[in-house]
Write a protein that binds this ligand. Structure first.
Ligand code: AHM
Ligand code: MG
Length: 338
């Protein structure tokens, strides 16, 4: 430790210098997101105090009740990004349709997709929640951005990140050259570089899944789980510990730092219609991009998440994400047993 303090602003700027062709638009877009994160963090940490918890009474496109903080986070990100001229269009997990740039304001080259506040079932019990975002280049040329601009595969992301509102607030992001983590110092209101160049440890510690759903999982996923627990007689391994918060950002973040796998497999409750829970665009693809740049891997059980071209904004997917060898092993089990 050389005692040097690096703010997120400085870090983003230094990354920009590595790209002489950069105009600064992208740099400013990342600033805007970091600022939105600070505003949301402030509100999250005040939530318990000011009794604003509770349902807002509206239902989002996924058919779930929205909590007030979700609405706040969603509006904050939209307001911070609508008028800057940096974006062509946005899409949010909390909005049924794409979010256009208001009429009369300039449009830009980038597209922002986000889950404003993930893990909302954890809000009332003061457990960690998070924001996830991805940035693409627009595909259409000029005029208002379209749904086509949003429906891009994860491999085409130019940046992705998440914010975790936990015992402290952290922002982790990558533009494809390393994954970097910043911790918010609330007294000065700055994100300071605390975790440069995060690499997922080669020796994993944890597996994270909602095993309460095991009876709805496929044979392959059940057998895979036995393998993780060291119970596969043909191929015994050191058992991993189980850890599950039920907040994707928090579960992913822990496994990124400690090594392991998070999975939310297909649910076969209705065997004719297996269902994924997590959203490809707002959750799976951005985290897959981060995992990839930290030396990990993400799959839907059969193919890389980063290769899936979304067909609709709110498309759901199965997700296996974490250490590459653990995710590949899940693919092997699924290929063999379904
Ligand atoms: P949300 O976007 O409505 O908050 O739901 C997504 C969350 C993820 O954070 C988490 O991984 C998953 O749902 C937990 O689901 P479950 O409660 O079924 O285990
Ligand atoms: Mg979510």
């Amino acid at each position: 430790m050389n005692g040097e303090i690096i703010t997120i602003e400085r870090h983003i700027l230094e990354q920009q210098r590595a790209h002489p062709e950069a105009t600064g638009v992208f740099t400013n877009l990342l600033y805007d997101i970091a600022l939105a994160a600070k505003i949301i963090a402030r509100e999250v940490s005040r939530a318990g105090l000011v009794q604003i918890l509770g349902r807002a009474g509206t239902v989002n496109v996924q058919g779930e009740a929205q909590m007030k903080l979700d609405v706040f986070a969603n509006q904050t990100i939209i307001r911070m990004n609508s008028y800057t001229g940096r974006l062509a269009v946005m899409a949010s997990e909390e909005e049924p349709h794409i979010i256009p740039i208001p009429e009369g304001y300039p449009t830009g080259r980038y597209v922002l997709v986000f889950d404003p506040l993930d893990g909302s079932s954890n809000i009332d019990v003061n457990a960690s929640i998070g924001t996830i975002f991805g940035i693409y280049r627009r595909k259409t040329s000029g005029g208002p951005g379209t749904v086509e601009d949003c429906l891009q595969p994860g491999r085409d992301l130019v940046a992705a990140g998440y914010v975790i509102y936990g015992s402290s607030t952290m922002l982790v992001y990558t533009t494809g050259s390393g994954v970097h983590g910043f911790t918010l110092d609330p007294s000065v209101g700055e994100f300071l570089l605390s975790h440069p160049n995060i690499r997922i440890p080669t020796e994993p510690k944890y597996y994270s899944a909602n095993q309460g759903n095991e009876r709805y999982w496929s044979e392959g996923v059940r057998r895979y789980t036995r393998w993780l627990q060291g119970l596969d007689e043909e191929d015994p391994r050191k058992p991993l510990s189980a850890r599950y918060i039920g907040s994707l950002v928090a579960d992913f973040h822990r496994n990124l730092l400690e090594g392991g796998i998070f999975y939310y497999p297909l649910d076969y409750k209705d065997p004719g219609k297996p269902k994924g829970k997590l959203r490809l665009l707002y959750e799976a693809a951005p985290l897959a991009f981060i995992a990839h740049h930290a030396g990990g891997y993400a799959s839907d059980g059969r193919r890389p998440i980063l290769e899936i071209v979304p067909e609709s904004l709110h498309q759901r997917t199965a997700l296996f994400i974490g250490n590459r060898d653990l995710v590949e092993k899940a693919e092997e089990f699924i290929a063999r047993y379904g």
